[in-house]
Design a protein around this ligand. Structure first.
Ligand SMILES: [Ca+2]
Ligand SMILES: [Ca+2]
Length: 567
């Protein structure tokens, strides 16, 4: 909890939004505060606090929403859900679809417009990345009827759903693999497999030499199978046309159920170490998906460097998670670790420009897929040493990025992953301190000493200065100004100095400039060359106000200001 007064955050939002309204000639009738003009240089400063406001966050959100609306396209605000750890509806300690349904109003109120579900199919593991049956729902999570009900409730709220499509490998127990393996085990010494006898033998990759990522088949005459991630995950042979036909059928089945697309697991390991072949598979997946559903949305996991991600965009895949910016070693935590150091801060806007230019150069229709953290790489609040102001700043950096931004469940309340294994990255969503509102049990082998440094959601909802209420506001800004998600990026060199990061976005006729004071100290920005621009939104992490003095913009520590051309 922050010790600063709670209302300042929202009041400054109201104030600067009024600046924007005034610039459009709209009379402000909703407050008794003095009128201010929006154009830079005309502003008379932030509005006085209005102690009469009952719910400041709601008031701020209402103002933001007057800025505009976004097209109904694939530039969405996505939320990654691990059903297991999200919300338990029946008291068995494991999250389920009825639990997720019960939280959809919550997600909608936050401004979420898309959900990525981690795997939901029957599996022998808690995480379910070893799929046993691509056409069913794991009974731990519910039934197909529950899934259908979930989809219907999402549709009511205009929330799109994408599924994790895990096709680098199946589960060891999948009938394709069991059939193939039993055939291999029965081969006499010296015999070679025959696809006419067992078509499934060519669904996977068997050999008698072994090698990196290969696993011995016990009881066979020295045969191995490729299982790059684990023995439970035999790799599929994606060169096999029958395998591709199976994948096409799987995609069609779920698209017919209303899903908007898929997150493509482990795209770098389709052919480990061979970008050219992986690009071909991704291109095939993209072509196939859009032939089934014209606006099908695909986002691929390529956990690698900026250069490799750039190379993968040659596949024409719509989106690839931007590991260059997210994760513990991504650009966002790197810049935040250098907060207050202009040499570090000033690299942020130029890095955004460089990535946008490179990705767009490979695929003109790409949609970036920024994120801060996910189920594999820990949580942002930990990356920034539980500094709540930096967690706020990180949220703004992610959510104001161009593309389809992704938020990992619990990120909005600053959950931390403290354990040293994967289950600890997937801890229960912390709904309330009493843990009686759907909170699940810990995943198996979770070593996490549970850590929720900024309190439960229930506590944060009541606090206008909480991280959760900051998320709501920055999402509302993103969802109200189309240029933020859709704009091409250039560093705004004239302003990108000291500890201010300044980027300009352009989308058709629309433009905006986003200023971020990535700095534990307040700063002043000279806007004398920007008198034909106006402030439309701002955010304060520490509760101190953004103010104007003539053409000087005063930004508090970790403050954000968005300018648009005055009309
Ligand atoms: Ca349950
Ligand atoms: Ca593979």
């Amino acid at each position: 909890m922050k010790k600063y007064m709670t209302r300042w955050l929202c009041l400054l939002l109201c104030g600067l939004l009024l600046v924007g309204c005034a610039s459009n000639g709209t009379e402000n009738s909703e407050t008794t505060a003095p009128e201010v003009s929006g154009a830079v240089g005309d502003s008379q400063g932030i509005l006085d606090p209005n102690p009469g406001e009952a719910d400041l966050t709601e008031a701020a959100l209402a103002k933001i929403k007057t800025l505009g609306t976004c097209p109904d396209d694939n530039y969405r605000t996505w939320y990654e859900i691990f059903v297991y750890s999200f919300c338990d509806s029946d008291g068995d300690g494991i999250g389920d679809f009825q639990g997720v349904i019960s939280k959809l109003d919550y997600l909608q109120q936050m401004g979420i417009t898309g959900i990525w579900l981690m795997p939901i199919h029957p599996s022998t593991s808690y995480h379910k990345y070893n799929v046993g049956d691509y056409y069913a729902i794991d009974p731990q999570y519910g039934t197909m009827d529950d899934f259908d009900a979930f989809m219907a409730e999402c549709e009511k709220r205009d929330i799109h759903v994408i599924l994790d499509l895990v096709v680098n490998h199946t589960g060891y127990d999948h009938e394709w693999f069991q059939t193939a393996m039993n055939y291999i085990k029965a081969l006499p010494e010296g015999a070679q497999p025959d696809v006419n006898e067992c078509p499934y033998v060519d669904y996977y990759v068997f050999n008698q030499q072994g090698g990196s990522g290969y696993r011995i088949i016990n009881g066979s005459k020295g045969w191995f199978y490729e299982g790059m991630f684990s023995p439970d995950m035999p790799d599929l042979n994606l060169a096999n046309e029958n395998v591709r036909a199976e994948i096409t059928d799987i995609m069609k089945f779920w698209l017919d159920k209303g899903v908007a697309g898929f997150r493509l697991d482990a795209a770098k390991e389709f052919y480990s170490g061979t970008t050219t072949k992986n690009v071909e598979v991704l291109n095939w997946l993209q072509t196939t998906a859009t032939s089934l559903k014209e606006d099908c949305y695909l986002v691929a996991e390529v956990w690698d460097t900026f250069q490799t991600i750039t190379d993968f965009y040659a596949s024409d895949i719509t989106s690839i998670f931007n590991y260059a910016f997210g994760g513990v070693s991504g650009k966002i935590p790197e810049v935040l670790r250098g907060a207050g150091n202009s040499a570090k801060v000033n690299t942020y806007a130029t890095a955004l420009q460089k990535a946008d230019t490179a990705y767009r150069g490979k695929n003109a229709d790409y949609i970036d897929a920024p994120f801060l953290s996910n189920h594999d790489c820990g949580r942002i609040a930990g990356f920034v040493s539980r500094d709540e102001n930096k967690a706020n700043m990180a949220a703004a950096m992610n959510i104001l990025m161009s593309g389809s931004c992704f938020i990992y469940y619990g990120e909005e309340i600053g959950m931390v992953s403290g354990g040293n294994n994967d289950p600890s990255l997937r801890a229960p969503m912390y709904w309330n301190a009493a843990r009686d509102n759907g909170t699940t049990s810990l995943p198996p082998e979770c070593t996490l000493p549970e850590e929720y440094p900024f309190g439960s959601l229930e506590e944060q909802r009541k606090d206008d200065s909480s991280l959760y209420n900051y998320y709501r506001q920055v999402i509302a800004i993103r969802n109200s100004l189309p240029v933020i998600a859709r704009g091409a990026i250039t560093a705004e060199t004239a302003l990108n100095k000291d500890c201010i990061s300044a980027q300009r976005k352009t989308w058709g006729e629309e433009e905006c400039i986003i200023l971020m004071n990535i700095n534990p100290e307040a700063a002043q920005v000279d806007l004398s060359a920007y008198t034909d621009w106006t402030t439309v939104a701002s955010l304060s992490a520490d509760g101190n106000a953004v103010t104007m003095e003539g053409t000087a913009l005063n930004m508090p520590a970790y403050g954000v200001v968005i300018l648009v051309p005055a009309k």
